[in-house]
Design a protein around this ligand. Structure first.
Ligand SMILES: NC(=O)c1ccc[n+]([C@@H]2O[C@H](COP(=O)([O-])OP(=O)(O)OC[C@H]3O[C@@H](n4cnc5c(N)ncnc54)[C@H](O)[C@@H]3O)[C@@H](O)[C@H]2O)c1
Length: 411
């Protein structure tokens, strides 16, 4: 952890001292990057990774691969604007990116349905891998991604970074370090937000490309719920539909089919119960996490009306057990603004720490798989109008005793 104000990125980023000679730089000196990343898929999320990798300052962007010229242009300009003088290589194919001997890791930020093929192609390489969420669009493919990752010679990381958002990171500290709620009995989450944004070739409007909204978007929330619940999800009942958004949206002669509202109940195998509410036609964004235990309640939220600033809030209610509190956990604004409320920055810090032989932290491979499994079970439950045993969507040969999620309960 970087705990020295002297090393703060605030000083290194400022341009006010741009006139200084290199020998006069101390607070503003930048270290040479230790790593070089190839970025596969340079759209919205690929660019967020580039920005954060450069902000963290321990990696340069060695190369880019994306068939869309505008994505490559935007990524190249972003790199130049953020202090990297050396232009990245532009690869003509994924094979070329894999063959580049000068990169240490590949960041895969392509559309969901492409992850499986990209991972199949890159696993032979001697490079660390970072695969965006959801790791695949089906549980079977997600399992294959996990198996390939487990056999890979270098670290593999999945993009489930919401656990690094300041409100959830603090909620994790309250629940698992301070034990503020005692034993956890229920976990409820809510995501109310605006519709899916435009994407390159609008892949996110079609379930065939996303895996369904509950896999695509909500794997983040299921990962958090799984983390706080501790046990494995056993049964899911969901209702939902395409209520408001994109009824008139046609692309390539296909009508948009993603659902935009849903409610879920989840039964965990350790008795914890979970609830989740999704609404994607809200004028603003609001996320909430409520964890109730036998000794207290933790309520974390992020909230912003359309076009307005976000407010973070964390309520810890401990009754007569200890002091209760309300606070607003925040990172420095230049970190918060770097994307997903600062969580992508901390995800990158933890990734480069692992690459340099430091602490291995962040989501494990099983976390990636279970987050997809809950989403797939929920999609199936909506189709059937009945509760679904999660075991039904898990692939043949899947052994839950082997694919163990992160469990802070046991620490
Ligand atoms: N972790 C998060 O919070 C978060 C947020 C948004 C998106 N995502 C994930 O990131 C991924 C990308 O989403 P996005 O929002 O950047 O989409 P996007 O459409 O903005 O960008 C995707 C890019 O990938 C390129 N591409 C498509 N197929 C490719 C291939 N085979 N090889 C290389 N490039 C290819 C496209 O041309 C495009 O430039 C998705 O899996 C999405 O779910 C994660």
């Amino acid at each position: 952890m970087n705990n020295q104000v002297e090393n703060s990125r605030m000083f290194k980023r400022g341009s006010a001292l741009g006139y200084l000679e290199d020998e006069d730089r101390f607070l503003t000196a930048r270290a040479d990057p230790e790593f070089s990343f190839g970025v596969i898929g340079c759209g919205m999320m690929g660019q967020e990774h580039i920005y954060n990798a450069l902000l963290v300052g321990r990696a340069k962007i060695g190369g880019l691969y994306d068939p869309a010229a505008k994505s490559i242009d935007a990524a190249t300009r972003l790199i130049a604007r953020n202090g990297q003088q050396e232009a990245p290589r532009i690869y003509a194919s994924l094979a070329q990116a894999v063959a580049d001997p000068d990169t240490d890791a590949l960041i895969i930020a392509t559309p969901n349905y492409t992850h499986i093929d990209v991972v199949r192609t890159v696993v032979g390489s001697n490079k660390a891998l970072f695969v965006e969420k959801p790791i695949a669009t089906t549980v079977a493919d997600a399992f294959e991604v996990c198996q390939l990752a487990a056999a890979h010679s270098q670290p593999v990381r999945f993009g489930l970074q919401y656990r690094y958002k300041s409100v959830y990171a603090e909620a994790l500290t309250e629940v698992f370090e301070r034990r503020s709620v005692g034993r956890v009995h229920s976990v409820n989450m809510l995501e109310h937000r605006f519709p899916f944004l435009d994407k390159v070739q609008q892949w996110n409007k079609f379930s065939a490309y996303t895996g369904g909204t509950l896999v695509e978007k909500c794997c983040h929330y299921f990962d958090l719920m799984n983390l706080f619940a501790g046990g494995n999800p056993r049964q899911v009942f969901a209702v939902g539909n395409q209520a408001v958004n994109f009824h008139n949206f046609v692309y390539d002669n296909k009508k948009a089919d993603g659902l935009d509202q849903a409610q879920l109940s989840i039964q965990y195998d350790n008795g914890v119960i979970g609830g989740f509410s999704l609404c994607m036609f809200t004028p603003g964004t609001r996320e909430e996490l409520v964890v109730c235990g036998d000794a207290g309640r933790v309520h974390a939220s992020e909230s912003a009306r359309l076009g307005e600033a976000n407010e973070n809030r964390l309520e810890v209610w401990r009754g007569e057990n200890a002091a209760s509190s309300v606070r607003a956990p925040e990172y420095p604004s230049y970190i918060t603004k770097a994307g997903h409320h600062g969580s992508t920055f901390f995800e990158h810090l933890s990734f480069v720490d692992e690459l340099s032989g430091g602490v291995v932290s962040g989501p494990n491979l099983a976390d990636g798989l279970w987050s997809v499994a809950v989403g797939a079970a929920a999609q199936l439950s909506i189709e059937r109008g009945a509760a679904v045993d999660v075991a039904e969507v898990l692939p043949a040969g899947f052994d839950p005793a082997h694919w163990v999620k992160t469990n802070f309960q046991e620490d």
